[in-house]
Design a protein. Structure first.
Length: 284
């Protein structure tokens, strides 16, 4: 066999190996290393011949109404990718996600917190208790999630002194606006008014509908907090209407204290829970 032919064969073998290895590594690590460290929450398609065959997409995955964190052989890659972000003073923020219709487990405010605790346990002694902060967040239910495994977690390394709950926070599927204790008025920040003006201009052009969901911390009675959550969502609605959005384009909802995103045991957590979540729904 001539030298050029041997070199050509060697190159083809190397190329095939590289493509297979790259694709495998990418599938294992994208879960932990996506944009802003957020996990994919896409459910496995119900049309898949075997849900088990699709599980390797998720190093850690969950099942409907079940807090248990299930893992596969890719879990070590996930742990290594997450722990690579550890610095001297930062803290790992683990967010467990859940669907609103999933029942609340005993001992937790929602299934998201229970899942986040399960994920924390996967890191064993690699993370001291003081190096972890637990959070929860709802997801929009999609076809297939009640019968197929799905991913439901996100990771973010934060520096404690730099962790300040923003008055306006944009996430991938919602906008969060926070309120002072007991108040129906947003925290004063000129940037908030500018943001709401721009949001109003957008939806007037796109025709998108807006859902405003009011939330509170757990201080006070359930009935009082349900009313306070509604008043908060209506306060944001009034600002949008004043900026030209049609009132029938906006839906207001209250969840009161029922869907915390952070622990109510600390003032910081309670502050994060006093909020209105803004969802934009595209015009059909």
């Amino acid at each position: 066999m001539s030298l050029p032919l041997r070199l050509l064969i060697a190159f083809v073998v190397w190329l095939l190996y590289f493509l297979l290895t790259y694709n495998g590594c990418r599938n294992e690590l994208c879960f932990a290393c996506g944009e802003q460290g957020e996990a994919s929450t896409e459910a496995i398609s119900p049309s898949t011949d075997s849900a088990v065959a699709a599980i390797p997409r998720y190093p850690v995955y969950f099942k409907w109404s079940d807090p248990k964190a299930y893992t596969n052989e890719n879990i070590d890659s996930l742990r290594q990718a997450v722990l690579a972000g550890m610095k001297d003073k930062n803290i790992l923020e683990i967010t467990g996600m859940y669907f609103e219709e999933e029942p609340k487990p005993d001992g937790f405010d929602n299934l998201g917190f229970a899942r986040a605790e399960q994920i924390r346990a996967l890191f064993g002694d690699a993370l001291d208790e003081g190096r972890v902060q637990i959070r929860a967040r709802t997801m929009d239910e999609r076809e297939g999630v009640r019968t197929n495994p799905f991913a439901a977690s996100a990771f973010d390394w934060i520096v404690p002194e730099e962790k300040v709950a923003q008055t306006v926070e944009e996430l991938d599927d919602r906008i969060i606006m926070r309120f002072p204790f007991g108040s129906t008025e947003k925290e004063y920040d000129p940037k908030v008014d500018d943001y709401l003006e721009k949001l109003a201009e957008r939806v007037k052009q796109t025709g998108e509908r807006i859902t405003l969901t009011g939330h509170t911390d757990n201080v006070g009675e359930d009935v009082t907090n349900a009313r306070l959550g509604m008043e908060r969502s209506r306060a944001i609605k009034n600002i949008l209407v004043r900026n030209g959005v049609a009132a029938d384009q906006i839906e207001t909802v209250s969840k009161g204290e029922r869907q915390p995103v952070a622990s109510n045991d600390t003032e910081e957590g309670r502050h994060e829970n006093r909020r209105v979540e803004v969802r934009l729904i595209k015009k059909q």
